[in-house]
Design a binder for this molecule. Structure first.
Ligand code: ATP
Length: 238
């Protein structure tokens, strides 16, 4: 089976300093793949290179075709989408308007746009309740939901999430990751970057452990959870 997203021997740097040193990974259609690892391991850098915000060396294949030479917009048009750690919401605008802006780059018809928004409201009933509220008055968890919902408005095939659990209470993290897990039903594949290793592995099919820019270990998430080294380093076993 061809992977939907395949990265081969990717190198990404900031000037002379390489932050990602030859990473290879695969995401198949309908899969949730997590990338875990400590602060500074290169997780955000990897996602930035995939979406085209940073130049990289190596190969990035999307649906079998090289996309490494394309700009951000062209990658988004093909169906890649990144929800950055900062969430990038328009604070002074309402929940509803933030959602409608999410589909902007593909310019769907008005009725299609509203249908997509309704679908997001079904996935995130809390956003529906707060549809007229300004985004900057939302709680941290609701903001993350809005960032996710907005990304879904562009009907991505691959959703890349950078630390969706950052700064959120454990119960909210669970709720958000459950929604991420359910995205499979919409045909969305997910590349999930997380420092919260156990939570990420619990909802993903496969995991990669990144350490100082390199893949230290990878395997089915269930196996990684039971791996002693992972447990000791990331899952609270120290
Ligand atoms: P975190 O979870 O803390 O965001 P991360 O795994 O996402 O960590 P990156 O943010 O990708 O790690 O950082 C990888 C390395 O690249 C780090 O050593 C970091 O200091 C460096 N780095 C990140 N951004 C820049 C930048 N704009 N300029 C120079 N070096 C950078």
């Amino acid at each position: 089976m061809t992977a939907l997203l395949e990265i081969k021997d990717l190198h990404v740097g900031y000037g002379q300093v390489e932050a990602v040193l030859g990473v290879s990974l695969e995401l198949e259609k309908g899969q949730i793949v997590s990338v875990i690892g400590p602060n500074g391991a290169g997780k955000t850098t990897l996602l930035s290179a995939c979406i085209g915000l940073l130049p990289s060396r190596g190969t990035i294949l999307f649906d079998g075709e090289p996309i490494g030479g394309l700009g951000v917009e062209a990658r988004v048009a093909r169906g890649l989408c990144l929800v950055p750690e900062s969430r990038e919401l328009f604070g002074e605008m309402s929940v509803s308007d933030n959602l409608l802006l999410g589909a902007y780059s593909k310019r769907p018809t008005r009725s299609e746009l509203l249908a997509r928004r309704d679908h997001v409201y079904e996935r995130f009933p809390r956003l529906a309740e707060r549809r007229r509220q300004r985004a900057d008055t939302l709680s941290g968890g609701e903001r993350q939901m809005l960032a996710l919902g907005r990304a879904l408005m562009s009907k991505p095939r691959v959703l890349m999430l950078d630390e969706p659990s950052l700064g959120l209470a454990p119960l909210i993290v669970e709720e958000i990751l459950r929604i991420v897990h359910d995205l499979r039903q919409d045909g969305v594949s997910v590349l999930l970057v997380e420092q919260n290793a156990l939570a990420a592995l619990n909802v993903s099919d496969y995991g990669y452990v990144l350490e100082t820019g390199e893949v230290a270990l990878h395997g089915p998430s269930a196996e990684l959870i039971s791996e002693e080294r992972i447990f000791a380093s990331y899952l609270g076993g120290v």
